[in-house]
Design a protein around this ligand. Structure first.
Ligand code: AMP
Length: 300
């Protein structure tokens, strides 16, 4: 089983959903992605935090097979902080505040023993940092995620690094924004014209579309009745998908489709509680059961 290198944010989040508020909890794209991927493959984390980052949060990451040698603690800096709110439908988050802090000057120091990692997940972070990390590596397979913040602020940089990924994961609004196209089908085709190799468009509770070689594969989302906090669902989806791919000897078209289902299953658990709470108590048996349930759901 190959390890996965996960680059992204390790953050301090404050979140409001219709089910409650949580202040200063462990979050960030890399935390969710690493946690989720670690159920399928060992993870090598590349991220940075400030001196205000609680040591107990590092211990939470180490509860799983996540190597934190690449988690840099920068003195006299503050950790990346994000504040968001979800409305009644728990659809898209409204970002109330983004404080880049330590991220503004982050120049990742990749541990030497990470350099040969075959599978890489460039989770949501400044695309310039994604590119910098990719320049040091020679991976077999690269998955990339981003979000509206970077599409608005660094679209050109994002398109440049996205072309180097084997698979780009975006939600529907992000795909439309990056392609500057209203129709999802046209957006997918336009992004392919820009040079993106493969694309997954997440449609929240309506599932995800995989676009490859001008063909679409549609996977539904797990019908989840117990939703509490959607924060990190996208990261858990892409992290789980990448971990699943890393656990395979070869990546085939069929396994790529299966990875979408593995990602959906991990997202469906993440949403069941605040922050990383549900993933922290998740078991492999629960994942296996839900994968079986999911396959039954789409069999006809
Ligand atoms: P998701 O719900 O999967 O889109 O991801 C939520 C996580 O993304 C939160 O834990 C945030 O800390 C993190 N996040 C929010 N904004 C950004 C950003 N601009 N860049 C990187 N990570 C972010």
């Amino acid at each position: 089983m190959s390890p996965v290198l996960v680059l992204g944010t390790v953050a301090i989040d404050s979140v409001e959903t219709p089910f409650g508020r949580k202040k200063a909890v462990l979050g960030g794209s890399a935390s969710y992605a690493a946690y989720s991927a670690s159920f399928f493959a060992p993870v090598r984390l590349v991220a940075c935090v400030g001196s205000d980052f609680p040591e107990r949060y590092t211990r939470v990451l180490r509860e799983r097979p996540i190597d934190t040698a690449g988690l840099e603690r920068v003195p006299h800096e503050r950790t990346f902080r994000w504040r968001g709110r979800y409305g009644a439908d728990l659809g898209e988050a409204t970002t109330l505040a983004t404080h880049l802090n330590v991220l503004e000057r982050f120049n990742p120091n990749i541990p030497l023993d990470y350099l040969d990692t075959p599978c890489v997940f460039l989770a949501n972070i400044d695309p310039v940092i994604q590119e910098r990390v990719l320049n040091h590596l020679k991976p077999r397979w690269v998955v990339l995620d981003s979000m509206n913040y970077w599409i608005q602020h660094k679209r050109k940089d994002l398109l440049r690094v996205a072309k180097r990924a084997d698979l780009v994961v975006l939600n529907d609004a992000e795909a439309r924004g990056l392609a500057q196209e209203a129709s999802l089908v046209h957006a997918a085709r336009r992004l392919k014209k820009f040079g993106l190799k493969r694309l997954i468009i997440k449609k929240g509770e309506h599932g995800a579309l995989l676009f490859e070689d001008d063909k679409f594969f549609l996977a539904p989302a797990y019908p989840q009745p117990a939703t509490v906090d959607p924060t990190g669902c996208g990261d858990a989806f892409a992290g789980g998908l990448t971990g699943f791919l890393a656990s395979q000897k070869k990546i085939t078209r069929r396994l790529l489709r299966r990875s979408v289902i593995a990602g959906s299953v991990m997202a469906s658990f993440t949403i069941e509680d605040f922050g990383l709470k549900r993933l922290r108590r998740l078991t492999h048996a629960e994942i296996r059961n839900r994968l079986t349930e999911f396959h039954d759901l789409i069999r006809c």
